[in-house]
Design a protein around this ligand. Structure first.
Ligand SMILES: Cc1cc2nc3c(=O)[nH]c(=O)nc-3n(C[C@H](O)[C@H](O)[C@H](O)COP(=O)(O)OP(=O)(O)OC[C@H]3O[C@@H](n4cnc5c(N)ncnc54)[C@H](O)[C@@H]3O)c2cc1C
Length: 433
């Protein structure tokens, strides 16, 4: 009977340590981080990162030969649920996006020289990276439309184009740029990945785009989303990461596990908002009773708990399918958790914020920041609409329209068939009358 929801005791001890560490060491840092520039924040992180290394949890997403733990997706998922409770936690564990995904790409497709130059310092936490794919002028949800080009010229690649939302690019040392290298190839074989050091002439980092999450103009901070103009950027042929035309194939390897980690991190955020909802409902008194005694608030608590549990089980199941049958076997499950998880995240935070009234809307509580963060989840990593459509297509492959156009469950048709099939029984029953 291989149907087991338990965590092995040794790993549970690690999870318990992580939960305690994140609450005691990382949550307090959140309240100070705004006042720290990137260098000071780095110094604040250093002793925390040492503790994580000592515990053997640094860069756990990577295989052991690269200094990681070789955890499968289920273990990583459980870990990300805890780290997700704070936007500052993944950086203390060496698995913050986009460095975590980029290190996976380098581990998967990099040459020994690329690994030595970029992957090793990235894993050591000495440098930062960015993934530069989305463009302001083409639909990010359909990357076959990418316009940024890389053309071979005298043995060098020359890159031209405009990107935006390249997260962390303004503090990065190198960029992984997705560019069209084979415009005449089949749509999913047109693009390649190139490693571009950020100080290469022609790399113009124009700004960190203000967003709902960071609405004020800032530059050069962890978590910024840069707009970049690539103007005749010349990199050597060895900058190609993986095979020419393999950009999408490599990107898929990065995105599948990444979606599981996102969904589990969203559950970490939801759980924190949920705790605030429950706590405040036992504190606030209005119209003759505590909020916790009002049916609407009880419904919010119950619905949130049920949604989070559903999302958690769905996500861990997707992780289990990936661990046991490989990433492509989990396509359906991953699409399902992406849009379902994004909705749960939104709903739980929304209810917690509503219960707090003006306090929830104010920056005196972290709920308003969570709410702004949560909104993007519905379209990054593939808009929900695209995942829904993809899931529906996969499900519909298991169906076909009835040849005669009559629904299989049509009751009069089934009744007529049943009468024909059981005619002898019906006859016996009637003859007894
Ligand atoms: C916080 C954040 C961080 C990001 N980090 C990075 C990064 O590091 N690197 C990077 O390259 N990009 C990054 N992105 C960009 C992200 O990948 C894109 O926003 C995403 O791929 C969607 O692309 P788009 O914004 O161009 O929207 P579009 O593709 O223009 O889509 C707009 C809307 O159209 C609708 N739509 C699209 N297709 C369909 C369809 N088939 N059916 C129905 N409706 C549809 C959806 O509602 C969708 O939201 C980040 C974005 C955010 C918000």
């Amino acid at each position: 009977m291989a149907w087991d929801f338990s965590t092995d005791p040794e790993f549970q001890a690690q999870l318990d340590w992580m939960r305690d560490f994140v609450r005691k060491e990382i949550w307090p840092l959140e309240t100070l981080a705004e006042a720290l520039d990137h260098d000071r924040l780095k110094r604040a992180y250093a002793p925390l990162q040492d503790q994580v290394r000592a515990r053997g949890l640094w860069a756990a997403h990577l295989p052991p030969e690269l200094g990681g733990q070789g955890f499968g997706q289920v273990k990583l998922g459980l870990m990300h649920e805890i780290l997700g409770s704070s936007p500052f936690a993944p950086n203390a564990f060496g698995n913050q996006a986009p460095d975590s995904g980029n290190s996976e790409i380098l581990a998967l497709a990099g040459t020994p020289e690329q690994k030595e130059r970029w992957l090793e310092p990235l894993l050591a936490g000495d440098i930062h990276s960015a993934f530069s794919m989305t463009e302001p002028d083409t639909a990010g949800s359909d990357p076959t439309l990418l316009k940024t080009s890389a053309v071979l010229d005298g043995g060098d690649w020359v890159i031209n184009g405009r990107k935006w939302f390249s997260s962390n690019a303004s503090i990065a040392d190198f960029l992984i740029v997705m560019a069209v290298t084979d415009p005449d190839a089949r749509p999913h074989q047109r693009a390649s990945m190139l490693i571009v050091p950020v100080d290469t002439p022609g790399v113009n980092i124009l700004r960190d785009v203000p967003t709902m999450e960071h609405p004020w103009e800032e530059y050069g901070k962890l978590g910024g989303h840069a707009e970049i103009l690539y103007e005749d950027v010349r990199v050597p042929a060895e900058a190609l990461l993986g095979a020419q035309g393999a950009g999408f194939l490599i990107a898929q390897h990065r995105l599948y596990p990444g979606r599981i980690h996102h969904c589990m991190r969203w559950l970490g955020v939801s759980a924190r908002a949920f705790d605030m909802l429950c706590e405040y409902s036992l504190t606030r008194y209005a119209h003759g009773s505590l909020l916790s005694e009002k049916e609407t608030v009880q419904n919010w608590i119950a619905d949130s708990a049920a949604q989070m549990q559903a999302s958690r089980l769905m996500t861990l199941h997707a992780a289990w399918v990936m661990d046991t049958q490989g990433a492509s076997a989990a396509r359906k499950e991953i699409s399902m958790i992406k849009f379902f998880g994004a909705q749960v995240l939104h709903d739980v935070i929304d209810r917690a914020l509503q219960a707090h009234g003006a306090l929830g809307y104010s920056t005196d509580m972290p709920l308003e920041a969570m709410y702004r963060y949560a909104r993007a989840a519905r379209f990054y990593d593939g808009p929900d609409e695209v995942h829904r459509a993809s899931l529906a297509r996969q499900i519909l492959r298991g169906f076909e329209a009835p040849a005669d156009g009559v629904p299989t469950q049509h009751v009069p048709t089934r009744r007529a068939a049943a009468r024909a099939r059981f005619a002898h029984l019906l006859e016996a029953v009637t003859s007894n009358d």
